[in-house]
Design a binder for this molecule. Structure first.
Ligand code: UD1
Ligand code: UDP
Length: 362
């Protein structure tokens, strides 16, 4: 029996690792342990519950508003104790968070092999996204095996000197998560009071590199667009990050057609996106999901590491300027979009990852 440890700490990691966890659990010869760093608390619990997943080991490092240094130190200390007690044959971590980077560093210190899921995404701008671009480049230096979501991510890794035999292009496990959640039947927990026949658009924003002034400008751009389009209901499930939430409440609380929400159950959120006219976001993960649902996406970032939707013109990089945001939202609500091509049939990325892991551990 080989011991494989999955390390995760934030909402997107739990969602995109859940299908990998389910695929690995069904694979003979593997014993799977989930370590939660607890970088997130409520968000992580909500995402894990959606997939009936729970941590075997929980480091519980979250402290309100903690600094990146404090977070990194707590995760490194917690993982050190865990890795000294148990010696996994392989660790899997996902993406570009502080949890992922700290897991890779801890594995390196303890000489434990680590495989990186969602490897090779790059903007090559070290502060955009901050600190995630550094985190993922750092993880690439430390990982022994790289699961790339697409060919471009693989090329990035090869250019950085990773050997082709250590890279496998799998597709994004975000797609598996959407497929999996539509099969799990259970009543919704996120209260939904939106009338089914009214048009809705979705907003999510929480990136660290947008300081409070930039964020205020972006939110003002959204507010002005909402005022110009009273026929549209804009739904914004707010991230709990206190500095982001404070600014969102300050700028957006009094707009009648702008509904501020607590974080939604993953399945309800996917359902909301599926009926949305436009998805307005600074999240790369949501860019992928919305594109899989063939939605129009406005990316409120200067750069993206993902190609999803850009080629077909469904996804548009709008940036962070207030007036540009108002104009882009207005345009997207009043202009016609070509009927999207159908999603291309694909093999499950998570099953591909499970298969490759078995090969590597043999
Ligand atoms: C982190 C990741 C980011 C990812 C995002 C997903 C890093 C550096 N950033 O950013 O890449 O896109 O998660 O959401 O790893 N909080 C709560 N409850 C929660 C979660 C967060 O109260 O369940 C509050 C806490 O005060 C916490 C703060 O939000 O200190 C910020 O959380 P943190 O994980 O440091 O950064 P995010 O901005 O969430
Ligand atoms: N999500 C969710 N409920 C919400 C908002 C988002 O379940 O209210 C999901 C979304 O579908 C995506 C993930 O959370 O899978 C994105 O997480 P987040 O915005 O925290 O991080 P990011 O993608 O920016 O790294």
């Amino acid at each position: 029996m080989k011991n494989v440890f999955l390390v995760m700490g934030t909402r997107p990691e739990a969602i995109k690792m859940a299908p990998v966890y389910r695929a690995l659990k069904k694979t003979p010869g593997l014993s799977i342990t989930v370590i939660s760093t607890g970088q997130h608390r409520e968000l992580l619990a909500q995402a894990m519950q959606a997939f009936d997943m729970s941590p075997d080991i929980d480091l519980q490092v979250m402290r309100p508003g903690q600094s990146l240094s404090a977070l990194t130190c707590s995760i490194l200390e917690g993982l050190e104790k865990t890795f000294e007690r148990h010696r996994p044959d392989l660790v899997l971590a996902h993406g570009d968070t502080t949890t992922c980077f700290s897991a890779a560093l801890s594995c390196f210190y303890h000489r434990i092999p680590i495989a990186h899921v969602e490897a090779g995404l790059r903007t090559y701008r070290i502060d955009s996204p901050f600190p995630e671009e550094f985190n993922r480049q750092g993880v690439a230096k430390l990982a022994g095996f790289h699961f790339a979501p697409d060919a471009q991510a693989k090329d990035n890794l090869l250019r950085e000197g990773v050997s082709p035999i250590d890279v496998c292009v799998t597709g994004s496990t975000a797609v598996d998560a959407i497929d999996a959640i539509s099969e799990i039947r259970r009543p919704s927990k996120s209260h939904c009071d939106l009338s089914a026949d009214k048009p809705v658009s979705v907003i999510t924003l929480h990136r660290r590199e947008n300081g409070s002034e930039t964020l205020k400008g972006m939110l003002t751009g959204i507010k002005n667009a909402a005022r110009l389009h009273p026929e549209m209901t804009f739904v914004y499930p707010m991230h709990p990050n206190p500095s982001v939430r404070r600014t969102v409440l300050e700028v957006l609380s009094t707009i009648p057609n702008l509904v501020l929400r607590e974080p939604m159950e993953y399945r309800d959120f996917i359902g909301l996106m599926a009926r949305a006219t436009v998805v307005i976001t600074d999240s790369g993960g949501i860019q992928e999901e919305a594109d899989y649902l063939r939605k129009r996406v406005l990316l409120l970032r200067e750069h993206t590491e993902r190609v999803n939707g850009l080629g077909e013109g469904r996804t548009c990089i709008v940036g962070t300027n207030s007036e540009a945001i108002t104009a882009a939202i207005s345009r997207s609500l009043t202009s016609h979009l070509e009927a999207p091509s159908d999603a291309v049939p694909h093999e499950s990325p998570s099953l591909k990852i499970a298969r490759e892991i078995v090969k590597r551990l043999a």
